[in-house]
Write a protein that binds this ligand. Structure first.
Ligand code: PEP
Ligand code: MN
Length: 361
């Protein structure tokens, strides 16, 4: 074969390559159109039966010399690329996605704005144990000019024999505290059946780590008109966390705060492993404010302060930490709550840190 022949054949191969590329791109465009129609109809985008029909049709029309197995292999790859593009489109389509809504969502808790660029703080006991116990913490929070208090009335405990929370009585205590101290309350609800009643007593519904994928609960808080603080499940990927928030927003409630609270790893030096990189990733991927719970992530009083500084430095919209008048006798999380003096020191140091870094709280 002469040089000229070889060059001509190569040039033809180049042309064919480009033609194939153009056709694959054209095909992808058509598939995207189909995706939009399916989205409107609420139909799943991946249809294995349709894929089987397409492969059979190709093999019937295969005049060779490609063997049938090669045809199947090549086209399965082509089908996969179109599907991958659609999954990407689907991600962009999530209501919580920053691609869908570039401006940050501001969560309004009775006038306390979350997600404006200056960090907020939620302090309070692990569990509501009595009026006086919560009132002591509320007074300390109020004296710092803060507006939010937390406290669990329904406690999801590992053992059924551990303190399960005061339930409705606990919510009533929170309501009283809120009125007397001018604070908004954050409290965990564990089942949709408690939700309606709870809304009369609390300002922010917390969904705990153990319930992050309790989809019925997520849908239920999606249709209330109060903010939701959604904690990351202890074994949840960020993608699963984002989709849990999507469950809430898909029902119409966009007042959602995401809360990184540590994930379970092999490391036992801390109660959980604080996944600090989750903060900027969640802020990039979604338009929702992101908090860091330094108590449940570290489980260690001695590193609450550096963990809080790290959270603020990396861009968290708020920090949550537990405070109890007498942690040694707390009915839950006795080992990790701050007492009132430690709370003062912690908050002073955080304030100094904010000032030094010109972050205005
Ligand atoms: C809590 O904040 O009271 C709590 C139980 O935390 P988590 O759901 O993150 O374990
Ligand atoms: Mn706790």
């Amino acid at each position: 074969m002469s040089h000229v022949d070889l060059d001509a054949l190569r040039a033809r191969v180049d042309e064919i390559n480009v033609e194939i590329l153009q056709l694959i791109n054209e095909r992808t465009g058509v598939i995207q159109e189909i995706g939009k129609v399916k989205e409107k109809q609420g139909v799943n985008r991946y249809d294995p039966l349709r894929e089987r029909h397409m492969l059979d049709h190709l093999k019937e029309n295969n005049a060779g010399p490609l063997p049938q197995s090669t045809v199947e292999h090549i086209f399965k790859e082509i089908f996969k690329t179109a599907l991958e593009i659609q999954v990407d489109d689907q991600k962009k389509a999530l209501l919580v996605s920053r691609k869908r809504k570039p401006e940050s969502t501001i969560v309004n808790i009775n006038g306390e704005l979350i997600g404006t660029g200056t960090p907020s703080f939620v302090f309070g006991p692990c569990s509501v144990e009595s009026y006086t116990q919560v009132a002591e913490v509320a007074a300390a929070i109020q004296s710092k000019g803060l507006k939010l208090i937390r406290g669990g009335a329904y406690k999801p405990r590992t053992s059924p024999y551990d303190f399960q929370g005061l339930g409705l009585e606990g919510l009533k205590i929170l309501k009283q505290i809120s009125k007397e101290f001018g604070l908004s309350t954050v409290s965990e609800i564990v089942t949709p059946s408690h939700l309606d009643e709870a809304l009369d007593y609390i300002d922010v519904v917390q969904i705990g780590a153990r319930n992050m994928q309790n989809f019925e609960l997520l849908k239920a808080v999606g249709s209330i008109n109060k903010p939701v603080l959604l904690k990351r499940g202890m074994a949840a990927t960020l993608d699963e966390f984002i989709h849990a928030a999507e469950y809430i927003m898909s029902q119409g409630n966009d007042q959602i705060i995401l809360c990184e609270r540590g994930i379970r790893t092999y490391e036992r030096a801390t109660r959980n492993t604080l996944d600090i990189s989750a903060v900027p990733i969640l802020k990039q991927e979604t338009h929702l404010p992101v908090f860091v719970d330094v108590t449940h992530s570290t489980g260690r009083r001695d590193i609450l302060l550096p963990a809080a500084k790290a959270a603020i430095a990396i861009g968290a919209d708020g920090v949550m930490a537990e405070v109890h008048p007498d942690p040694a006798v707390a009915l839950s999380d006795a080992a990790q709550q701050m007492n009132l003096q430690q709370f003062d020191e912690f908050y002073d140091s955080v304030q100094k840190f904010l000032k030094n870094h010109e972050i205005h709280a």
